[in-house]
Design a protein around this ligand. Structure first.
Ligand code: SF4
Length: 307
């Protein structure tokens, strides 16, 4: 395995001039802005997140603003970022910040992890990027960079294994250096290299700052095994696609009769049973509501008139 120190040095130097100017990375971005970005960026690319993040922060610049927002409005602003349960969890986390932390994002990774919907990755990323706490951050891009540079593997596979966790810790810079500054820059720099240069499908080794140190390159680019490829589920025909279409109709903000909603999805291959199952799952996730006939975003149906 290559010595991590020169990799740290080259990669963090490269990051200083190659990094993208993203609003949640600017010095004046609040910890809440970083928190929102980390939730939105899970499974959604930066270009799709940018306008949604800006709109979210314009409407709800603090956890208290978000906690007080209506669910239908949250889901409309979330728009097509995908996995809309994240919008509800973001609001639940905001409410917990108001209740437990005086309306502030906590800096302690343990307190962050205790918030609703916050997992290991988000807690580490927010602690590190918002507060400079030297936590080991590992996302898909970082896993791929670790796999290639240090393990000589073409791809890391779909699952985050115990071995990869050990590797991430082994190659992590000393948290004492620069008061944790090197460790935090290392996290973001490895993430940026994976996003911009060392991409899954076409790594651009000619402009890679650590090309001379990369174990996969040195080994002559061995092909990935099936397990390393870890192919994802195709999108077309999945319940995720059907749920996404239903949410797109509901986000128009007008209650729709159930039968009409299920008929207008424009997905001829989706069976009646799949459509009904997907709608029921959205209802039970709290992403939609129904009075038995009409379906709408939560909080959008008129209360039944009293006799
Ligand atoms: S040399 Fe190529 S494969 Fe290795 S880290 Fe750089 S871009 Fe990725």
């Amino acid at each position: 395995m290559p010595d991590p120190e020169p990799v740290h040095h080259r990669l963090t130097q490269w990051y200083r001039h190659a990094q993208r100017d993203l609003p949640w990375r600017r010095e004046d971005c609040s910890a809440w802005g970083v928190f929102v970005s980390e939730v939105m960026l899970q499974q959604t690319p930066v270009q799709r997140v940018l306008p949604r993040w800006q709109e979210w922060m314009r409407r709800w610049p603090t956890p208290a603003d978000c906690a007080a927002a209506g669910t239908a409005e949250l889901l409309q602003v979330w728009d097509r970022l995908g996995y809309p349960r994240r919008a509800l969890r973001l609001q639940q986390a905001a409410a917990a910040m108001v209740e437990r932390h005086g309306g502030e994002v906590p800096a302690d990774p343990d307190l962050l992890r205790a918030l609703p919907g916050v997992g290991e990755y988000t807690a580490a990323a927010v602690a590190c990027f918002a507060f400079g706490v030297p936590e080991v951050v590992v996302d898909t891009n970082i896993r791929r960079v670790h796999a290639r540079v240090f393990a000589g593997d073409p791809l890391p596979g779909k699952t985050y294994t115990a071995q990869q966790r050990r590797l991430a810790r082994d190659v992590f810079p000393d948290p004492e250096i620069d008061d944790g500054g090197l460790a935090c820059t290392w996290n973001i720099a490895a993430m940026e290299l994976g996003a911009l240069v060392c991409t899954a499908a076409s790594p651009d080794c000619a402009r890679c700052p650590v090309a001379q140190l990369c174990a996969w390159r040195a080994a002559g680019y061995p092909e990935p095994t099936e397990q390393q490829r870890g192919r994802g589920q195709p999108w077309a025909g999945t319940d995720r696609q059907v749920r996404g279409r239903i949410m797109a109709v509901l986000r128009q903000g007008v209650p729709v009769p159930r039968s009409e909603l299920l008929a207008q999805l424009g997905l001829p291959s989706a069976s009646a049973e799949q459509r009904a199952r997907c709608l029921d799952s959205l209802l039970s996730d709290g992403l939609a509501e129904t009075d038995g006939e009409q379906v709408a975003l939560p909080g959008s149906l008129e209360p039944a008139a009293s006799a």
